[in-house]
Design a protein around this ligand. Structure first.
Ligand SMILES: Cc1cc2nc3c(=O)[nH]c(=O)nc-3n(C[C@H](O)[C@H](O)[C@H](O)COP(=O)(O)OP(=O)(O)OC[C@H]3O[C@@H](n4cnc5c(N)ncnc54)[C@H](O)[C@@H]3O)c2cc1C
Length: 348
C-alpha cells in the first residue's frame, strides 16, 4: 500500500509527488491524460511560481519561458503601459506540466482516471480506469474538476474560462489585460511567436466561445490594435466551465484526504498566481505529511497562508470587473499592480 496516492498531475499534484518521492516516501501519481496537454490558463508565471519551481530544481527560463517586463491595460480608448514590478515569464502549460511530470519520474502513471475514492480501514480505496488501488492517504489535485463523491462544499457561483492560441499578434515582452463586456482577457506572447489569449467570463457565455476574438476586440482600442491581424491557431477555444473563483477549502474533511491546488483554493485568475498557489500548496502538503500532520491541520494552515493573497486577488478582480475605467486610469495602474503583487505573494 503506497504512503500516498496523488490524484492529478497538474502543478499541485506534481509538486506534492516530487517532494514526497524525494523524501523517500512510496508515492503514486495518477494522471488521466496520456500525455502533457494544453489547459485553460493565461500561462503567466511570476516570482512565487519561480520560487516553488526552484525548490523542485526547475526554472521557467530554461524550460523555454519568454520573459515578460511590461503590463498593458486597455479600456475603451484609454491605455496604461507600466513596467512589471517583478520578474515574470510566459510559459505554455504543455511545457510546464510536461517538465513537472518528467521530474516526478517513476511515481507517475499516465492514462489512469480515478473514478472514485472511499475510506477503508486506516486508508483509502480508489476505483480507477486501470483497477482498484489502496493507499494510506490521498492527495486530491484534480484542479477544477471535482472527484465524484468529493464536491467542494460551499463553492461560489462558477465562471467560465477560455483559451485560444493566436498567430499574427506581436506582444514583444508585454502582457496585456483586456477587460471586455462580460469578462476580461489576458494576452501574452507564446515563446515561439504568436500569443495566448485567455479569458474569464463572469456571466453567461452569450455566443462565446465562437466570437471570443470579436468580443475582446470590442472592449478597447488596445485590444483592437493588438488583435487586428490575429488568426486563431485552433478551430475553437479550449473551454472550462464551473471555475469557482474565491473558493477556499474549510479545514474539516475526511481524515487522510489532503486537498491541494484548485481543490484547496481558487484564486481569481487575473493576478496570474494560480500556478504559484498550486505548487506551494503541493509542497506544503508534502511537508505536512512528512511531519505527520493530519489533513485538517494542513488545511487550516493552508487557509491561513493563502487568506491574504485570496482576499487581495478577489478585491483587484472586483475593481477590474466593476469599474474597468477606474482600473485603466493612467497613473493608478502602476501603484495598484505593485500593491496587488506584494499582497498576493504566498512564497514563505
Ligand atoms: C481563465 C484562467 C486563466 C488562468 N491564468 C493563469 C495564469 O496566467 N497564471 C497562473 O498562474 N494561473 C492561472 N490560472 C489558474 C491555474 O490554471 C490553476 O490555478 C492551476 O492550473 C491549478 O493547478 P492544479 O494542479 O490544482 O490543477 P490543474 O492544473 O487543473 O491539474 C489537474 C490535473 O488533474 C488531472 N485530473 C483531473 N481529474 C482527474 C481524475 N479523476 N483522475 C486523474 N487525473 C485527473 C487533470 O488532467 C490535470 O492534469 C488561470 C485559470 C483560468 C481558469
Amino acid at each position: 500500500m503506497p504512503d500516498a496516492v496523488v490524484i492529478g498531475a497538474g502543478p499541485a499534484g506534481c509538486a506534492a509527488a516530487i517532494a514526497l518521492a524525494r523524501a523517500g516516501r512510496d508515492v503514486m501519481l495518477l494522471e488521466r491524460s496520456p500525455e502533457p496537454r494544453e489547459s485553460v490558463c493565461g500561462e503567466f508565471l511570476g516570482p512565487d511560481a519561480a520560487a516553488a519551481l526552484a525548490r523542485l530544481g526547475l526554472d521557467p527560463a530554461t524550460l523555454g519561458g519568454a520573459p515578460l517586463r511590461r503590463m498593458r491595460i486597455g479600456h475603451g480608448g484609454r491605455e496604461a503601459d507600466v513596467a512589471l514590478p517583478f520578474p515574470a515569464w510566459a510559459l505554455p502549460r504543455r511545457l510546464l506540466d510536461g517538465a513537472l511530470q518528467e521530474a516526478a519520474g517513476p511515481a507517475l502513471r499516465r492514462g489512469t482516471t480515478v473514478l472514485g475514492a472511499v475510506p477503508m480501514g486506516e486508508g483509502w480505496r480508489l476505483r480507477t480506469s486501470s483497477g482498484e488501488i489502496e493507499a494510506r492517504r490521498i492527495i486530491l489535485a484534480t484542479g477544477k474538476h471535482a472527484l465524484r463523491g468529493h464536491p467542494r462544499e460551499g463553492a461560489p457561483p462558477p465562471a467560465i474560462g477560455l483559451k485560444l492560441h493566436l498567430a499574427g499578434v506581436a506582444m514583444a515582452d508585454a502582457v496585456a489585460l483586456l477587460p471586455f463586456d462580460g469578462g476580461y482577457a489576458g494576452l501574452q506572447p507564446l515563446p515561439g511567436g504568436g500569443a495566448n489569449l485567455c479569458a474569464a467570463l463572469h456571466g453567461p457565455p452569450r455566443g462565446l466561445p465562437g466570437d471570443l476574438l470579436v468580443r475582446v476586440r470590442a472592449g478597447s482600442a488596445l485590444a483592437e490594435a493588438l488583435l487586428r491581424d490575429a488568426h486563431p491557431l485552433w478551430d475553437r477555444p479550449l473551454a472550462i466551465a464551473g471555475v469557482p473563483y474565491g473558493f477556499r477549502q474549510p479545514a474539516a474533511g475526511p481524515p487522510g484526504l489532503y486537498r491541494v491546488g484548485d481543490q484547496a483554493a481558487v484564486i481569481p485568475s487575473f493576478t496570474g498566481e494560480g500556478v504559484a498557489l498550486a505548487l506551494h500548496s503541493g509542497l506544503a502538503a508534502a511537508e505536512a505529511i512528512l511531519a505527520g500532520q493530519e489533513a485538517d491541520t494542513f488545511h487550516a494552515a493552508w487557509r491561513r497562508r493563502s487568506a491574504g493573497p485570496m482576499r487581495w486577488a478577489g478585491l483587484a478582480a472586483h475593481v477590474l470587473r466593476a469599474s474597468p475605467p477606474a482600473f485603466a486610469a493612467l497613473g493608478a495602474v502602476g501603484p495598484l499592480a505593485r500593491l496587488v503583487a506584494a499582497r498576493t505573494r504566498v512564497a514563505a
